[in-house]
Design a protein around this ligand. Structure first.
Ligand code: ZN
Length: 440
């Protein structure tokens, strides 16, 4: 990322501002942030402008929910029901994942995301092994590639899971606070608490996560009602719907970023809107695991801020937010038997500005004060032609080959297929150094 004194001025043929492509704009960035967006004609005649002919400048996408280690488990337990998938992939392989494996998995996952136009990832990370070394390794992987990361440090105390995930409430709080302290004030790394879910974190653990978010002034993430069984269990045990139950724990609902929310009632959705509880939607993962369809149209009507995530690379099995935009729109259209309900512009906003809102960072918009994170798209790529509407084509038609350059914090980290910080040979060699041993 740029050092504080560095300046760059980019002028692409068209720049997306407020959801529309506009010609003739220049984006001025300093110290990793956008300082001005102005017509090129208004710049000083001697300004050092980098011109990008035949390129569209769009905000970089934000993958607001991922588990990077799962990219190493692609193909291990595909086409299985949720519990078989969890046991055969996550639980079976977790004990073999030491710090080196976690690091290589994260670097592989993040590198593939960059290639797909992702500039910020939120890794909901839970293989802590009684410490923070693995968490630091995941963050290091992102920093080396030049990617922005939000580490949602998971708090997990369900005893049925691998011991590598489990912590006491006191340990989870202390280590999450420590990790937050270690990266405090940085722009490239953000840390927040993430009590895993109503099924894998006790009520006291969830409360501790919410309290820690208040103490540190961060958001907190939590999986909610991904599968029908979780809604049913909450109803049987507590006689409440999922969001109402969480509210009854006295949580800071306005700091909550809820993941999935497939099985909510009307009242839950109204509550989220009223309390500004935000949603990260993972349409492809929800389809892959056969979970169901989140009520996105009702949530949009309730004014809920919505972001998009790929979820783990072994429940999707792609790691592209552009792909999730397309999936979100198509799935809602077929669910409602109405092709008007969620247009391209709405899902594009979800995967950029919406995701940034769920992460609580100033990104996803080409606007002064926001992080200088972008993707440059090739206007002449076949998947963006013909150009009746680039706004529609980017969502419905574009394939990754059109993504030619990725910029994070003002620094170009990907160009014409190549990662500029760490080469593909190193990334893939590192991955296979881990996974080859597992296949013997
Ligand atoms: Zn998840």
């Amino acid at each position: 990322m740029q050092t504080p004194e560095q300046q760059r001025i980019l002028a692409a043929e068209q720049t997306m501002v407020n959801g529309k492509f506009e010609p003739g704009l220049a984006v001025v960035m300093e110290g990793g942030k956008i300082t001005r967006v102005v017509p090129v004609a208004e710049l000083a005649p001697d300004a050092a402008v980098e011109r990008f002919a035949r390129r569209l400048l769009v905000p970089g996408t934000l993958n607001a929910h991922n588990h990077s280690f799962q990219s190493m488990l692609r193909g291990v337990a595909d086409d299985c029901d949720f519990f078989t998938w969890r046991d055969k992939a996550l639980y079976a392989y977790t004990p073999r994942m030491d710090e080196e494996a976690v690091y290589q998995g994260a670097r592989f996952a993040f590198a593939e995301m960059i290639r797909n136009g992702v500039t910020t990832v939120c890794d909901f990370f839970y293989i802590h092994r009684d410490g923070n070394a693995n968490d630091h390794a995941v963050i290091r992987a992102a920093q080396e590639l030049g990617m922005r990361i939000v580490l949602a440090r998971t708090m997990y105390d369900w005893e049925g899971a691998p011991k590598e995930y489990q912590e006491s409430i006191a340990d989870a709080v202390a280590r999450t606070r420590e990790l937050w302290q270690a990266y405090r004030g940085r722009d490239d790394v953000h840390v927040c608490p993430a009590p895993h879910s109503p099924h894998a974190a006790s009520p006291a653990m969830i409360q501790a996560g919410s309290e820690l978010a208040q103490e540190l002034d961060t958001r907190f993430h939590i999986h909610v009602a991904e599968g029908r069984y979780e809604r049913d269990t909450i109803r049987e045990k507590y006689g409440k719907t999922p969001m109402r139950w969480l509210e009854s724990l006295g949580l800071a609902m306005e700091r909550m970023t809820a993941i999935h929310c497939v099985w909510l009632e009307d009242d839950d959705i109204q509550l989220m809107g009223q309390r500004d509880t935000r949603l990260v939607y993972n349409p492809a993962s929800n389809m892959f695991l056969g979970d169901g369809v989140t009520r996105i149209v009702d949530m949009m009507n309730a004014g809920i801020k919505i972001g998009l995530g790929s979820d783990g690379g072994c429940s999707n099995n792609r790691v592209s937010v552009f792909d999730e935009m397309r999936m979100c729109a198509l799935l809602q259209k077929v669910t409602h038997l109405n092709s008007e309900v969620v247009p391209a512009e709405a899902v594009f906003a979800m995967g950029t500005a919406g995701s940034a809102d769920t992460l609580g960072i100033a990104a996803g918009r080409i606007e002064a004060g926001h992080y200088a994170d972008f993707a440059l798209l090739d206007m002449d790529d076949p998947s963006l032609q013909p150009p009746f509407s680039y706004e529609k084509n980017v969502v419905y038609a574009m394939t990754p080959h059109a993504i030619r350059e990725v910029i994070v914090g003002g620094e170009t980290v990907f160009h014409d297929g190549e990662l500029l910080r760490v080469g593909w040979d190193e990334v893939l060699g590192g991955l296979r150094g881990v996974t080859d041993g597992w296949m013997k």
